[in-house]
Write a protein of this length. Structure first.
Length: 80
């Protein structure tokens, strides 16, 4: 599908950091999902360095004050 131009990037689910690295070596990885997590699609992540930065960001823990501030934001309006 890649050679036919039908696949621009791939997404992975329940993948280890090593598996993500191996997959990215073959073709750009656009998103990674793991159980009970929110998925962040990262378009344009084409280099291993940026991919590793993005994977590392998944382990970020926000302090309770930041979570409370986010929870207090109004609901989005309109189509998404």
């Amino acid at each position: 599908m890649v050679k036919e131009g039908k696949l621009g990037a791939i997404g992975l689910s329940e993948a280890s950091v090593a598996e993500i690295g191996r997959a990215h070596a073959l073709h750009p990885v656009a998103s990674v999902q793991s159980e009970l997590s929110h998925v962040a699609v990262i378009p344009g992540t084409k280099t291993r360095r940026y991919l590793e930065d993005n994977v590392e960001a998944g382990s970020l823990t926000l302090p309770p004050e930041a979570l409370a501030e986010l929870a207090a934001l109004p609901e989005p309006v309109g189509a998404r």
